[in-house]
Design a protein around this ligand. Structure first.
Ligand SMILES: [Zn+2]
Length: 404
């Protein structure tokens, strides 16, 4: 068995070990390890990485490093500032230990912090390492910026675009995902035409030309942006959003029918919202007779209810021709009902028919973004809220790498 040399725990390449000492921090003990530049190496400019630049002045600083057991560890580093003849900057020489000008921690501690931040909140990491939470957040953010600063447009063929709301005041972010892998490609502030325009304008032309289809809600600003900046792609309206919009029709009809109903029927209709919106197979045993009673006393509610289930079957059609016919049939029945809210909904469907029928060529949807909303709650806690929106967005991208 050989004894461990303390220097082997600090395998920094461009410096020499000088000395180490142990001391008391009050309630904990620490180790300070001194290093100075190894003069066999010529200095490197940390700005442009030019080698062999002359020395300008000598400096020193303390850097937090990974702890050694219970001992808080500090590197006491001597380094040179240099004036670079190539880029003209006066910078700190590159010593492979820490980010020049960054937080006062070693690179390996920064990596450890970034790994912990994937699992814990910024606050917990800060407490665990006895660091300021702002320092921890900054270190995590710098790592994320390095990894995700440039958008990865590789292999994109089908996109799903949706909004996510965050914060108390219903602020929005637009999220673009790679439908095939589930990877979040890009997140932009707001949910405007300009938001998605920014995404497409940043995208290299070759990548944009590869986009075959985009799934989205029937949201005019997104439709406009895709039609304008990715005109070859097929717009596919998301079935879940359409069905959810139909839920609003049911609500409207239910409210109108409650107002118009006789006193006795009012009681039956009242509180029926969830029964009407739920899928039949999800109803509790006790809810089935209530639904039957409800539908028997009110013709219009029965009509919107039956059409709800029929609406979903449109997306099960095997081809465009069949889908066109099923959609036509559904719209005829809805119009014949004479219910104004339904007639209005038919108008919406007809206006967006092209993107409904495109589902037969590209059976894509935005459903994968649903799970992201749950992740966001976790990320909000981890990222210490939304105060730093850029950090929050980077955390979302990190949390949704998708599957190949
Ligand atoms: Zn330089």
């Amino acid at each position: 068995m050989s004894t461990i040399n303390i220097t082997s725990l600090f395998p920094f390449r461009r410096v020499n070990f000088i000395d180490s000492e142990q001391f008391d921090f009050g309630n904990s003990t620490g180790i300070v390890v001194q290093f100075k530049p190894d003069l066999r190496f010529v200095p490197i400019c940390s700005y442009c990485y030019h080698k062999g630049v002359g020395s300008h002045s000598n400096h020193q600083r303390f850097l937090r490093d990974l702890s050694l057991g219970p001992h808080k560890t500090l590197i006491h580093l001597y380094y040179r500032k240099i004036k670079c003849p190539v880029c003209g900057q006066i910078t700190v020489e590159e010593l492979d230990i820490a980010e020049p000008g960054g937080p006062r921690v070693t690179r390996r501690l920064a990596i450890y912090i970034q790994e912990l931040c994937k699992l814990m909140t910024v606050k917990d990491v800060a407490e665990h390492l006895h660091l300021d939470w702002k320092t921890v957040k900054e270190i995590d953010k710098q790592g994320l910026q390095k990894e995700f600063a440039s958008t990865d447009y590789n292999g994109l063929r089908c996109l799903a675009v949706d909004e996510i709301s965050y914060g108390k005041h219903h602020r929005y972010l637009t999220t673009v995902i790679d439908f095939e892998t589930g990877r979040i490609v890009w997140v932009g502030k707001d949910r405007k035409y300009e938001t998605l325009k920014e995404f497409f304008l940043r995208m290299p032309n070759e990548a944009r030309d590869q986009i075959k289809a985009v799934a989205m809600d029937m949201w005019d600003p997104f439709i406009k942006a895709v039609s304008e900046f990715c005109p070859q792609s097929a717009i596919v309206f998301d079935v879940f959003h359409i069905v959810a919009q139909y839920g609003k029709v049911i609500d409207e009809v239910r409210r109108a029918e409650t107002r118009a109903a006789a006193e006795a029927d009012k009681k039956v209709i009242k509180g029926s919202r969830w029964i009407l919106l739920k899928n039949l197979e999800n109803l509790k045993e006790t809810e089935v007779p209530r639904l039957e009673k409800l539908l028997s006393v009110n013709k219009n509610l029965a009509a919107v209810y039956i059409l709800k289930d029929e609406l979903k079957t449109i997306w099960h059609c095997p081809n465009r021709q069949y889908m066109t016919k099923t959609l036509d049939d559904w719209c005829s029945k809805a119009l014949e009902s004479g219910i104004p809210a339904l007639q209005q909904f038919v108008k919406t469907l007809r206006y967006h028919e092209y993107g409904i029928l495109n589902h037969t060529d590209y059976p894509i949807h935005t459903g994968k973004l649903e799970g992201i909303n749950n992740k966001i709650k976790v990320i909000k806690r981890q990222a210490y809220g939304f105060h730093d929106l850029e950090y929050f967005i980077l955390k979302i991208i990190q949390a949704c790498p998708g599957k190949r």
